[in-house]
Design a protein around this ligand. Structure first.
Ligand code: FAD
Length: 453
């Protein structure tokens, strides 16, 4: 067993842990990063399949994500625009595919009006929230007592409008059914992106992608840190700590340090044995942050055939198995890649099927939007982060009903030398790579101040 002595040990080489290590290293602090997997990047991960670039995890960047933008600018990494030309497709409850332009779904005018009303309400609530302190919202307690499902229906009697608006946060973001999380959690999701308007505008929230892929951002940080700082294949299962010191036990390395950045998703905090145990408040809090579940579907075709038909590849169907679909062709590739998302209860149902049935059901749902050509991809791949030991879900964690107001205030407090850092604890950029970077930088700044102070 190799033993290292450092100022700071970072547990987890995802974008949050690496951002913390990168900042600490720049500030002259000695750092070691222990990573469980055999790769860096965590929930960002890229592979090439039959010549097509597949971003298995996080990939999009939006204009408000200035934390991530400043990092990639510093690293010399560029972005490219997602393909957005042409009409979108909306799949009605009856299964009719309607091509449309503009921001409004092609539904009855009365439903559009009801949706606008709900969006306005969410915008107003989000405007009153500091995403770093959602529990201080003037209506925080009340909003955390009601599920998002019931909150929408409290304000609107048009079921389709409720479903369409619910989709943006439930299936689209938190990847949990809308009855399992609170209206406060939904408002945080909107506030973290600047407004609900931003969140529902796919041209904003899914604006651009990273040249070299999102995992490339973590790789670039790890490369700059060097091999004697980032150690792969070293899950930390035991953390000894006192007020001013820690010892992190990896598989082949132990690290003694003054501080630790715990940069793993909150649902995995309990995977580690703390000696002594964490305080009561954290032990309870950590049980209320759970992962959503989404399957990211990748289908690669000989050509992006939808483009020739005047379609952008963007499709929505609140009642479809695949609720969202986008053109995800990587820059410069001649093949066409579609990416779709299957969330929560639909994802449960898909994992019950055998591989052949699952593939058939998913491609049929995609063909309902874009026609029969969608049935025969040359690559078909499903991202399955829920089966990964070091993630256990997707995209990220959120609180159960009532949890954000009750436990949220404790989530960012350090426990002695232990600093928690994750996209799932972020205000701005919550659940996104941007939030991971912001939290990593914030943890580093707090540690530098404590060490130098
Ligand atoms: P992670 O990326 O989860 O990194 C944590 C690291 O800790 C991992 O490498 C893990 O292996 C390691 N680890 C865990 N336990 C231990 C242990 N005990 N010891 C050592 N190491 C450990 N975000 C966007 O901005 N845009 C998107 O388009 C987007 N799409 C997404 C699509 C999918 C399918 C998924 C899964 C996520 C997506 N996200 C997206 C979210 C984004 O990927 C995450 O918010 C971000 O990766 C979180 O970074 P992190 O460093 O906080 O955590």
């Amino acid at each position: 067993m190799e033993h290292l002595e450092r100022d700071v040990v970072v547990i987890g080489a995802g974008p949050s842990g690496l951002s913390a290590a990168y900042e600490l290293n720049k500030a002259g602090k000695s750092v070691a990063v222990l990573e469980a997997r055999d790769r860096v990047g965590g929930r960002t991960w890229t592979d090439v399949m039959d010549g097509a670039t597949i971003e298995i995890g996080g990939q999009w960047i939006s204009p408000d994500q200035t934390g991530l933008y400043s990092l990639i600018n510093e690293l010399g990494i560029e972005t490219f625009e997602r393909y957005k030309e042409g009409k979108s497709v909306y799949l009605t409850e009856e299964g009719e595919a309607i091509a449309y332009e503009g921001a409004d779904f092609p539904v009855a005018e009365s439903t559009v009006a009801e949706m606008d009303k709900l969006v306005k309400l969410m915008n107003e609530l989000a405007a009153d929230m500091d995403p770093d302190k959602p529990w201080e919202h003037p209506q925080a307690e009340e909003l955390d007592k009601i599920s998002f499902h019931h909150f929408l229906r409290q304000h609107c009697t048009d079921e389709l409008a409720c479903n369409n608006v619910g989709l943006f946060i439930a299936g689209g973001m938190l990847t949990k059914p809308a009855h399992t999380f609170s209206a406060l959690q939904a408002v945080l999701m909107a506030s973290s992106a600047g407004s609900f308007d931003n969140l529902v505008d796919e041209d904003f929230i899914l604006d651009r992608r990273i040249v070299g892929s999102m995992q490339g951002v973590s790789k670039a940080m790890a490369e700059r840190l060097g091999e004697d700082i980032v150690f792969l294949n070293n899950p930390v299962l035991k953390l000894e700590w006192s007020e001013d010191a820690v010892v992190a036990h990896g598989s082949s390395i132990t690290v003694s340090a003054k501080k630790v950045v715990l940069a793993v998703p909150p649902n995995l905090y309990s995977r580690i044995s703390y000696v002594p145990a964490l305080p009561r408040k954290q032990q309870i809090t950590h049980q209320h942050q759970s992962m959503g579940l989404v399957i990211k579907v990748h289908a690669v075709y000989e050509t992006p055939f939808w483009r020739n038909e005047g379609l952008s590849g963007t499709c929505f169907g609140p009642n479809s198995l695949v609720q969202e679909l986008y053109d995800n062709t990587y820059i410069g590739e001649e093949t066409g890649t579609l990416v779709g998302f299957i969330s929560d209860l639909n994802a449960d149902a898909m994992w019950e099927l055998d591989e052949e049935q699952r593939r058939a059901a998913i491609l049929k749902a995609m063909a309902a939007y874009l026609g029969e050509k969608a049935l025969e991809p040359k690559v078909f791949y499903l991202s399955d982060f829920a089966a990964e030991e070091w993630t256990r879900g997707a995209y990220a964690t959120s609180y159960d009903l009532g949890g954000l107001h009750r436990f949220g205030p404790a989530q960012n407090e350090n426990v002695g030398p232990i600093y928690f850092s994750s996209s799932d604890l972020a205000g701005e950029g919550f659940q996104h790579v941007d939030g991971a970077v912001r939290m990593g930088r914030r943890s580093a700044a707090r540690i530098i101040a404590a060490l130098d102070g």
